[in-house]
Design a protein around this ligand. Structure first.
Ligand code: HDL
Ligand code: ZN
Length: 415
């Protein structure tokens, strides 16, 4: 039954709200990875985005901020960014959306009441509340075999949470090989300190064994804007001799997250990273020289987004995803989503949450659904104006492709 012109907006918003999401990049952990999963109002308020914002807004010396404990930091951020100033930024608005979605009234401006609510929750109850309310059916974590605080859980209990999938994150292997090779050796693999076949073989075995433990949906790395490929450097050798051959054999996509300038202001710690525009010939060459590999890509610079769309038109083994980090603001999400739909049709993944705090699923997705719905209404309207009768069932089909199917087809689960 074709949708009458007047009901299109409601039909699209309903499909976008009702379609469950596979969230392909987060920093969540299973509750059983004791202490690694962040949740609750104090973690929400001390999200590194808000730390950067409050240090800027108040010019408090960073070292004075770091002297405070978690609750004092949260109090300071609440008072400075929510009470003394209207909570207008996207990260501030996010806290309000979460408070509303867990049943609090943020307009009461009562941080004490929020803390009281969280005392009534257990993490196992709360994770189900959050995933259900956010209508996120599954999420991919960021799992680091070089991080001792996480390794101990994979070597004992592993992950069997039905909603959480692993991603094998390998930044040290590509960016800090000297450190990475020591860890690989400590974990029992015979690497030479020369980059020779023996070392490459040991490094591939390291990846094979970690993939067997984690059963990752993909491998991932975040790279600086200066990343070049191919280059006469260690990164290219490890890519060509270790990472890409292993990914091909294992059938694992490789996710490149390009454009981060780590620690431009070290005083801000995790909040101190910056952004730079990348030369995307690295991505073009990776796709061109490795046609049997599959690549996810998300870029940190707004100026790179249109180029990524055009690259993806040239290479079907390249899947753009998400509005990453500094891109995850309404004005930029709208622009990126429009240019992706106009150049790629339905063959991209519009968003990921990047949630570090479990509760953030309750704002990052509602905020993005609203923008994606607005863009889709316009695009379906354009089709209607051109003379195409839109069917309600087809809207659900198309939205499911964006929210789940593209990811699950590009990065199939382990069989
Ligand atoms: O490297 C990454 O995965 C980034 O998402 C960083 O974790 C960053 O600190 C972040 O949390 N962005 O949202
Ligand atoms: Zn991330």
């Amino acid at each position: 039954m074709p949708i009458p012109f007047s009901r299109l907006e409601l039909a699209v918003q309903k499909a976008v709200d009702e379609t469950p999401i596979f969230d392909m990049h987060t920093h969540l952990y299973p509750p059983a990875f004791d202490g690694l999963l962040l949740w609750g109002i104090d973690e929400l308020l001390t999200y590194h985005y808000l730390i950067a914002e409050v240090i800027r807004a108040t010019s408090i010396p960073a070292e004075d901020f770091w002297q405070m404990d978690k609750a004092q930091q949260a109090d300071f951020i609440w008072n400075e960014l929510f009470i003394k100033r209207a909570p207008v930024s996207e990260a501030c608005r996010g806290v309000i959306t979460v408070m509303r979605n867990v049943g609090l009234d943020p307009s009461d401006r009562d941080l004490k009441a929020a803390r009281e609510f969280y005392k009534t929750q257990t993490v196992d109850e709360f994770i189900e509340l959050v995933f259900t309310k956010a209508n996120v059916h599954s999420a991919v974590m960021t799992n680091d075999p070089f991080d001792k605080s996480e390794v101990k859980f994979w070597e004992t209990i592993g992950n069997n949470h039905p909603r959480l999938h692993a991603a094998l994150r390998i930044d040290p292997m590509l960016l800090w090989w000297d450190v990475a090779s020591e860890t690989i050796e400590e974990q029992g693999y015979e690497v030479d300190h020369a980059l020779n076949e023996k070392t490459f073989c040991a490094a591939r075995k390291f990846l094979e064994d970690w993939a067997a433990k984690m059963k990752p949906r993909y491998m991932a790395v975040s790279l600086p804007p200066t990343f070049t490929y191919p280059a006469d450097d260690v990164t290219t050798q490890i890519l060509d001799s270790v990472v890409l051959p292993f990914a091909r054999e294992a059938g694992l996509p490789f996710a490149l997250m390009i454009g981060v300038k780590r620690s431009v202001n070290p005083n801000l710690k995790l909040a101190g990273d910056g952004v730079g525009r990348a030369d995307l010939s690295c991505l073009e060459q990776l796709c061109q020289r490795n046609p049997e590999n599959k690549f996810f890509a998300t870029l940190l610079s707004r100026e790179n987004q249109h180029e990524l769309c055009i690259l993806a038109r040239k290479f079907s083994n390249l899947m753009p995803f998400g509005c990453w980090w500094f891109m995850n603001n309404p004005s930029v999400i709208e622009e990126i989503t429009r240019e992706r739909i106009e150049t790629l049709g339905w063959s991209f993944i519009p968003q990921h949450s990047d949630a570090r705090v479990l509760d953030q699923l309750l704002y990052k997705w509602p905020h993005s659904r609203r923008i994606i719905a607005q863009v889709l209404v316009d695009k379906y309207q354009d089709m209607v104006d051109a003379g195409w009768r839109v069917m309600e069932s087809e809207i659900y089909r198309d939205v499911n492709r964006l929210f789940s199917q593209n990811f699950e087809e590009f990065a199939p689960n382990w069989t």
